[in-house]
Design a protein around this ligand. Sequence first.
Ligand SMILES: *[C@@H]1O[C@H](CO)[C@@H](O)[C@H](O)[C@H]1NC(C)=O
Ligand SMILES: *[C@@H]1O[C@H](CO)[C@@H](O)[C@H](O)[C@H]1NC(C)=O
Ligand SMILES: *[C@@H]1O[C@H](CO)[C@@H](O)[C@H](O)[C@H]1NC(C)=O
Ligand SMILES: *[C@@H]1O[C@H](CO)[C@@H](O)[C@H](O)[C@H]1NC(C)=O
Ligand SMILES: *[C@@H]1O[C@H](CO)[C@@H](O)[C@H](O)[C@H]1NC(C)=O
Ligand SMILES: *[C@@H]1O[C@H](CO)[C@@H](O)[C@H](O)[C@H]1NC(C)=O
Ligand SMILES: *[C@@H]1O[C@H](CO)[C@@H](O)[C@H](O)[C@H]1NC(C)=O
Ligand SMILES: *[C@@H]1O[C@H](CO)[C@@H](O)[C@H](O)[C@H]1NC(C)=O
Ligand SMILES: *[C@@H]1O[C@H](CO)[C@@H](O)[C@H](O)[C@H]1NC(C)=O
Length: 429
Amino acid sequence: MNTLHSLISLFVFSCFLPLLLSFSPPQTHLPMQCLDDQRAPLLQLQHHLYYDPNFTFSSNFDLWDVNTDCCSWEGVTCDAYGHVVGIDLSYRNLSGSFHSIFNLHRLQRLNLAGNNFNTTLFSYGFHKLKNLTHLNLSSSCFHGQILVEISYLTRLVSLDLSYQDDCFWRNGYGYNSATLKLEKPNFKTFIKNLKFLTELYLDSVDISTQSAKLCETTSLVLSNLRVLSLSNCGLKGPLCSSLSRLSFLSKLILDGNPISYLPPNFLEITSRLVSLCLRNCNLSGHFPTEILLSPKIQSIDISFNHQLMGQLPEFPANNALQSLSLYFTNFSGKLSQSIGNLKFLTDLELHYCNFFGPIPSSIANLSHLVNLYLGGNKLSDSIHSSLFTLPSLKIMDLGENQLVGKIDEFPNASSSSIERLYIGNMLFQ
Ligand SMILES: *[C@@H]1O[C@H](CO)[C@@H](O)[C@H](O)[C@H]1NC(C)=O
Ligand SMILES: *[C@@H]1O[C@H](CO)[C@@H](O)[C@H](O)[C@H]1NC(C)=O
Ligand SMILES: *[C@@H]1O[C@H](CO)[C@@H](O)[C@H](O)[C@H]1NC(C)=O
Ligand SMILES: *[C@@H]1O[C@H](CO)[C@@H](O)[C@H](O)[C@H]1NC(C)=O
Ligand SMILES: *[C@@H]1O[C@H](CO)[C@@H](O)[C@H](O)[C@H]1NC(C)=O
Ligand SMILES: *[C@@H]1O[C@H](CO)[C@@H](O)[C@H](O)[C@H]1NC(C)=O
Ligand SMILES: *[C@@H]1O[C@H](CO)[C@@H](O)[C@H](O)[C@H]1NC(C)=O
Ligand SMILES: *[C@@H]1O[C@H](CO)[C@@H](O)[C@H](O)[C@H]1NC(C)=O
Ligand SMILES: *[C@@H]1O[C@H](CO)[C@@H](O)[C@H](O)[C@H]1NC(C)=O
């Protein structure tokens, strides 16, 4: 009886399922069905792009099914009237020409990041996309001068032209000096109309010739800026104190520029930040460690400033710090028990500094900690076995210290999440 029953239901189900599927609502696409004048440029785009992994022509780009509504195509977004307002073709190994995009005048968001274009931006009509708010051309092997036409896009909120060189690395070509640069127009001319920008990513763009005035100009013009990311741009310091005028700034990323000197009001500038990266900036002297106590700060990376001095402060219970990297600085002193108050910490990178004394037992309270690097210091005393049972810990580096203890005191491997453990060059028994 039961078998019969299931047979019947199977029959009923298999007969009606196709019906059910064919009756699934087609109406949802109707209001934004693609207009002919939007479809044509997209078809041209598909025709002029090709799939080019590792710069080896492989096949034509045929992501889109020409028999379907172009508003439903992958990476295409339309408004309610069927105008294309967004194109996202990021990380698809594309090369070729994208001229036809500039006939989609309603476009608001364009993302061509992570492709293999290996061309200059000349001959593209960026100024035609007057309504563009988001432009992302990062890591696509573009090179040469950044066009003044992009600076006519006065509605831009987010501009990402960063890391063109990553594209060569990704494709196995290693270092390549062909990257974007900002000389003519100069930086000032380029940004002067981009008043609505909240995010500016120009990492690895060569701005070295504009270095001197860049900081002042940014502070005066881009008053809505939330993210300023200019790693490896060839900027020479010092940073300007007028950065404090950027009252919404929450991420400041300046890695790999020889800034050398911090402005006197650096604490004021950083007090609103969530993220600060000054890795490898030729900083020296005493770092104002009060920044580590700012209630908003979540991530600090000041590593690779080997003459930079400082000591860890006493951490209060209310803090948001998730990542602290002091790797290869001249920070010194003892690690305080109050480190156990950094309850959101996932990454603690204190290796190759001058810290000494015992590892505070309170580290065993950092239940979110994933990466713990303490190697290459002068830490002494024994290791608390509780470190090995931290629930999230994956990498623990304690090597090149003066720690003592017995290896068989470590608890069973099965109760540990650790994937990599460095304990070389120590005084273990
Ligand atoms: C892009 O090409 C690389 C090889 O160069 C390959 O590893 C990757 O999967 C490709 N990505 C896509 C989306 O085809
Ligand atoms: C730009 O957007 C506005 C509305 O935000 C619209 O009125 C105008 O027609 C758009 N311009 C173009 C060229 O699509
Ligand atoms: C990139 O383009 C340049 C010419 O503009 C050419 O010399 C170079 O070989 C190209 N690189 C690759 C990886 O195809
Ligand atoms: C640009 O696009 C890439 C790939 O989608 C993404 O990782 C990156 O965050 C984007 N940049 C911005 C500023 O959104
Ligand atoms: C891409 O091509 C270059 C040069 O032919 C080669 O050295 C490299 O290994 C290739 N990379 C990949 C990911 O295939
Ligand atoms: C690094 O900073 C020092 C001052 O501490 C300065 O004399 C030197 O020129 C800077 N190096 C570079 C490459 O800017
Ligand atoms: C590191 O700091 C110590 C003082 O704590 C100082 O003697 C030493 O010269 C500094 N090293 C460097 C490379 O700045
Ligand atoms: C861990 O945290 C608990 C509760 O906040 C506290 O009582 C305990 O002393 C801490 N343990 C260490 C080793 O700091
Ligand atoms: C380690 O595991 C073995 C076998 O599972 C068990 O007999 C022993 O008691 C464990 N030791 C500790 C310290 O948990």
